[in-house]
Design a protein around this ligand. Structure first.
Ligand SMILES: Nc1ncnc2c1ncn2[C@@H]1O[C@H](COP(=O)(O)OP(=O)(O)OP(=O)(O)O)[C@@H](O)[C@H]1O
Ligand SMILES: [Mg+2]
Length: 449
């Protein structure tokens, strides 16, 4: 229990703080452990390396000192001999030696908390010289101060550069690590980009297919799983296309047959002229014709229509003219010259259905819209009776009409909103019904553009 909560928290933390894209995520997953590993390795190597080098240096340093001590002891200890030894130590060995004839060792310093130089040197000096000595590795920056009491009264003072006694050149290693990290990052970037592009392509293709656009020359490629997803997507697209095709073909057949009969009907009715018995018959036939067309529009969907560029304002104006039939009651407030990529006939049908409903139920109708850089929002407002919130879902269902009681004279199939919703969704968008600030119903279409 505790465990899973911690795990969930951790996941949540990752979700919140990891970058959004697959590419940076993959990069982090790939590179972070590598860099961590490399840092640890470098640290270890650095540690071992400096430890080794310090040991070797300290030992040879201690041997140099013991050599000098021996030279001194074997000499006749005159001033000339001392000078000779000092000169040898300082020119040949760069030890910074002064031989003090009346020196004593200072009080021992407290051991520094952590120092390679001191521990190593102490050990080797003890082993190699066997004389009392004094070390200060902190007092002079970059130097180690060593004093060895060679015999009573004679002290060798060595003020030697630190790098003579310990490893200091770690810059190269660090540089190497940095360089290899950068190289690693470069390789990972190039490689990952190659892996992720096919996924992005697939996402783009699926999106344009979802919004009814052409998927371009999409080809599945990349890693096996990505390729499989791409192929599955193409199969799915083909199946959908085939279904639409079959449905459309069947419908074309049925509608053709029915239309032929309807046309015959109308012809025969025309021969009968007008009369109290004939006129209702004619109206019925007209009604049948309209209904047939509505059913067809519904079942056909967008009929696999291709998207193309249309001008929003003129499309809506044309739709309004169709609906108004002379009397003007639709006010249009839309930007001019705004081009949209939609399925033109389907989109026109959508607008006509919404305007038709509004005109049928209200005196005044307002169309307004905003086209952002990603979304078209089109609203149709009216001042009619509206639809109560709990009936709105029903209004979308095919063949459902809510106003039998109010509009007995009106004819309708109850398909208008169902078709409109279908079309909005076929464009990857949606259709909502709301309360209008004008008092009636507001229908809002949102479509990605
Ligand atoms: N603007 C509106 N104001 C009030 N009621 C509406 C409005 N639009 C639709 N409705 C109600 O929603 C129901 C369903 O509308 P829909 O457009 O789907 O069918 P219809 O208009 O009855 O028939 P069709 O559109 O197929 O001719 C309508 O019967 C009507 O009662
Ligand atoms: Mg309608």
């Amino acid at each position: 229990m505790q465990h899973s909560r911690f795990y969930r928290r951790f996941n949540l933390f990752l979700e919140r703080h990891l970058p959004e894209g697959l590419f940076p995520r993959a990069l982090i997953i790939l590179v972070a452990p590598m860099v961590l590993l490399q840092t640890i390795m470098t640290g270890l190597i650095l540690d071992r390396h400096s430890d080794n080098v310090t040991r070797i240096l300290a030992r040879s340093f201690a041997r140099d000192i013991s050599l000098l001590v021996q030279l001194y002891e074997e000499s006749d200890k005159t001033a000339a001999a001392v000078a000779r030894i000092e000169q040898l130590a300082n020119t040949r060995l760069a030890l910074g030696l002064t031989i003090q004839r009346n020196g004593v060792l200072p009080e021992p310093l407290p051991q520094p908390w952590f120092s390679f130089v001191d521990t190593r040197l102490t050990r080797y000096l003890t082993v190699e010289t066997g004389k009392p000595f004094w070390i200060d590795s902190q007092g002079n920056e970059g130097f180690v101060d060593i004093r060895v009491e060679v015999e009573k009264g004679t002290v060798f003072r060595l003020l030697t550069r630190e790098n003579r006694a310990r490893a200091t050149s770690t810059v190269l290693l660090l540089l190497l690590m940095l360089l290899s990290s950068v190289l690693l990052l470069g390789i990972a970037t190039v490689f990952l980009r190659k892996q992720i592009r096919p996924i992005a392509d697939l996402a783009a293709a699926a999106k344009s297919f979802g919004t009814g656009r052409d998927i371009g020359d999409f080809r599945p490629r990349g890693a096996r799983e990505v390729r499989q997803a791409g192929e599955a997507f193409l199969d799915m697209r083909d199946r959908i296309a085939k279904q639409v095709e079959q449905r459309t073909a069947m419908l074309a057949g049925v509608s053709h047959d029915l239309r032929t009969i309807l046309t015959r009907f109308r012809l025969e009715l025309a021969f009968l002229g007008d009369g109290p018995k004939v006129t209702p018959l004619k109206e019925d036939v007209e009604e049948m014709q309209r209904m047939l067309e509505a059913y067809m529009a519904f079942v056909k969907g967008d009929g696999g229509e291709k998207a193309s560029e249309v001008e929003l304002l003129s499309l809506v104006q044309a739709a309004a003219r169709t609906v108004e039939r002379g009397e003007r009651k639709i006010a249009i407030d839309l930007p001019q010259g705004r081009m949209l990529r939609v399925k033109p006939n389907a989109f026109r049908r959508l607008v006509i259905n919404l305007l038709g409903n509004a005109v049928r139920h209200a005196k005044n109708v307002w169309v307004s819209g905003v086209v952002g850089d990603r979304l078209l929002t089109l609203s149709v407002d009216d001042d009619g009776p509206g639809i109560p919130a709990d009936k709105r879902a029903d209004a979308f269902r095919p063949f459902v009409r809510l106003d039998d009681a109010r509009n007995l004279d009106e004819t309708g199939t109850g398909l208008g909103l169902a078709i409109a919703l279908d079309i909005a969704r076929a464009h990857g968008g949606d259709l909502r019904l709301e309360d209008s600030p004008r008092g009636g119903l507001r229908a809002v279409v949102q479509i990605p553009v």
